[in-house]
Ligand binder design. Sequence first.
Ligand code: UDX
Length: 439
Amino acid sequence: MTLRISVIGTNYLGANTAAGMAEFGFEVIGVEINESRVKLLNEGKAPLYEPGLDPLLKKHTDSGRLRFTTDYREIADWADVHFICVGTPQSDGDYAADLSQVDSVVEMLAPHLTKPTLVVGRSTVPVGTAARLHERFRAESPAGDGVDLAWQPEFLREAHGVDDTLHPDRLVFGVASEAAEQRLREVFATPIAEGSPVVVSNRETAELVKGAANAFLATKISFINALAEMCDVTGADVSELADALGFDNRIGRGMLNAGPGYGGGCLPKDLRSFMARAGELGVEEIITFLRAVDEINRRRRSRIIDVAHELVGADWAGRKVAVLGAAFKAGTDDVRSSPALDIAGRIQLHGATVTVYDPQATENARRVRPTLNYASSATQACEGAHVVLHLTEWPEFRELDPAELKTVVSNPVIVDGRLLLDAEAWRAAGWIYRAPGKP
Ligand code: UDX
C-alpha cells in the first residue's frame, strides 16, 4: 500500500517537503493553521518565491496525490509518518530558538493519535528537543508508547530547495528504534536508490548535525571575510586567494566567496541558537569560537559602509546612494537578516537618500524597511547617485553596461560588495571601482 505522509507546517521547508514526498510517489496531506495559505497551496501555489516549487506543487495537487488542510484530525490516524516542518525562529530578545511552534504541534496532534505512528522532526532545534517531544507525545497521545519519534534534519538551500529535497547530498536519520530507521529508508527509497548516502545515528547527533553544518559554513565565510581585510592592507586579491585555497580538496571552494557576510533565515539564527544551547550545557569553547565568527560577520557590513563613505568623501547627509539588491542572496525574495538591506538602512540613518532595487525582493523589503526608496530597475535606482553599492549577486547586475549607467549617476563610483563585477570594464568606462578584498 502507498505510504501516507503528513507534513505539518507549510512554509519554505514544509512546502518543499510536501511537494517532494508527493513526487516520491506517496499520498500527502500538508497541515497549516493559516487558511489563506491552505487555499493558495491547494491551487498549487507556494507561499514564497522558490524556483521550480510552484510547478511541482501544481503537478501533484492536480494529480490528487497532494492536498492541504487546516484540520489535524484529518491527518492524525490517516498518516503513517508525520513530518514536523514548522519554524524555529530566534526568540525575541535572546539567542535561543523559539520552540513554541514545535510544541504547539504536539498540542494539536497528540490528542488525536490513537494508532501506532512515526513522527519525524525536520525543523532545526536545539539538541535534546527530540527526546523531550517524544516524552510529550507518549504522555499526551491515546496511542501512548505506540508513538515513535525520529529526527531527520534538512539541509535545503534557498533557491535550490526543490533539488535539495529530491536529491539530498546526504540523509541523516536520528532514530531511537530499528523500526523508525526502516520506515525512513522506505520514505527516502528514491534518493537512496540514486546514491544519497545515509548516516544513521541517535537523535542527539541528528539534531547537532544541522547546527554544526551551519556553524561550519558560517565559519568558512567569516574566515574568508577576515582574509579580505588582510588582502586590503597587503594588495592581495581575496577571490584569487579563495580559488587557490579551494583547489585543496580538504578545504574546497564552496562558501569561500568574500562579500557582505552571511544572512538569511538560517545561518545567523542557527549559529546563535547553537551558542545559546552550548551556554545552557556549559560548553564554553564553542561559544567563544562562534562569537568570533558572528562578530566578523557583523563587521563586514560596517566595512562596506566605511569604504563607501570614504569614496563619497563627505558627510552622508544630502548624498544619494543606489543599492543594488535587497535579498540576502540571489535567487530568492527572502530579506531576513539581509546584509544588503541592513547596509541600506544604516546608510539612510546616517542621513543619505537611499534607493534600493531588487528583481524579486522589493515587496518584502518594503515591508521591513518602508522608509527606503524603491526603484523598478537598476538604472532607475542609480539616477543621480553619488555612489552605487552592489550587494546581492543577481546575474542581471553583472550585465549592466557601465558606460550607459555612467550617464545617469551624479558620480561614477561603485562599491562591488560581492566582488563579482568586471573591474576592468568598469574602470575602463571611467568609474571609480572598489571591491573590498581586491586591489
Ligand atoms: C543555508 C545552508 O546552506 C543550508 O544547508 C541550510 O539548510 C540553511 O542555511 P541558505 O540560507 O539558503 O542555506 O543560504 P546559503 O546559500 O548557504 O548562503 C547563506 C549566506 O551566506 C548568504 O547570505 C550568502 O550570500 C552568504 N554566502 C554564501 C557568502 O557570503 N559567501 C559564500 O561563499 C556563500
